[in-house]
Ligand binder design. Structure first.
Ligand SMILES: C[S@@+](CC[C@H](N)C(=O)[O-])C[C@H]1O[C@@H](n2cnc3c(N)ncnc32)[C@H](O)[C@@H]1O
Length: 269
């Protein structure tokens, strides 16, 4: 049964309370970067795994905004709103709901239904090459985050990315992903098999793959991941995800560093 928000009758996603950490970081970064947006004529917000825009928190039953609405409301705070919202998801009902909710708030929305890897190119072509853009990449697992997507986004010079990398997926499925016939990690972090010693303990292999992925951003795309990686854990101290901020702009890195330490979980990797 599809959950809906009684306020607007549109679908909502079900999220764990841990997702609020992601949204907090998104909200704070969008807010912190308002002065930078003010200097550009075109500033797009790109959300390739946008969800429906509203969510029900499993643990409390409360309703909360999803990422596109978090970004919109945060950007509205100082009047430096994104000029365009590019939202995409493989669930058609989610895309439609996110679009409707954003438009109700007054956003200019461009909506795409489909796998992120299939819609990114079209979105990138629409982005003003001289604009300042921000992409939030929030898939459930690594199979939905091929490196090719980041490569396409990084074709725009002024783009900042906040990327959710599922450490839980890497932990739970490492054994399967390491099998020669699995393509998941080859797509997520190309050439990882040459870069990581798979005879090491599993935790070292996992860290090695993540490190290799971050190095690829620099060596292949000339775009730097910030050293301050937020590692979000659940109440049992099991890792859920890494939040990685990526940019070519020194000022953007400073802004991230200023807001990334809001959680006791934030640490340098
Ligand atoms: C963690 S949820 C994102 C929630 C949203 N970013 C938010 O914070 O409110 C992941 C979303 O990605 C979508 N999704 C998963 N894999 C995808 C893929 N390969 N391409 C496009 N969408 C995908 C799912 O339908 C789901 O809505």
């Amino acid at each position: 049964m599809t959950l809906t928000d009684p306020e607007d009758g549109l679908p909502v996603a079900e999220i764990g309370i841990w997702s609020l950490e992601k949204h907090e970081r998104l909200r704070k970064y969008v807010d912190a970067a308002h002065g930078a947006r003010r200097r550009f004529i075109s500033c797009a917000y790109v959300d390739l795994y946008c969800g429906p825009g509203r969510a029900r928190i499993e643990e409390t039953g409360e309703m909360a905004d999803g990422s596109p609405l978090v970004a919109f409301r945060s950007a509205a705070k100082h009047g430096d709103q994104f000029t365009d919202f590019y939202v995409a998801d493989r669930e058609p009902a989610f895309v439609e709901a996110a679009k409707t909710r954003l438009e109700k708030l007054g956003a200019r929305v461009h909506a795409y239904t489909g796998e992120a890897r299939n819609v990114t190119k079209e979105i990138i072509f629409s982005l003003d090459p001289k604009g300042l853009h921000f992409a939030f990449l929030d898939p459930y697992g690594l199979a939905s985050l091929p490196f090719a997507i980041i490569e396409e986004l990084a074709a725009r010079k002024h783009i900042d990315l906040l990327i959710h990398v599922s450490s839980m997926d890497l932990k739970r499925n490492l054994h399967n992903y390491m099998k020669p016939k699995s393509r998941v990690l080859d797509e997520f972090a190309p050439n990882w098999r040459q870069a990581v010693d798979t005879r090491l303990p599993k935790e070292s292999v996992r860290q090695g793959i993540f490190e290799h992925w971050r190095e690829l951003l620099i060596s292949r795309l000339d775009i730097a991941p910030n050293a301050r990686v937020e590692e979000v854990l659940n109440s049992k101290n099991t890792d859920l995800y890494w939040l990685v901020f990526v940019s070519r702009a020194p000022l953007a890195h400073k802004l991230w560093e200023a807001i990334a330490n809001v959680s006791p979980q934030g640490r340098l990797i």
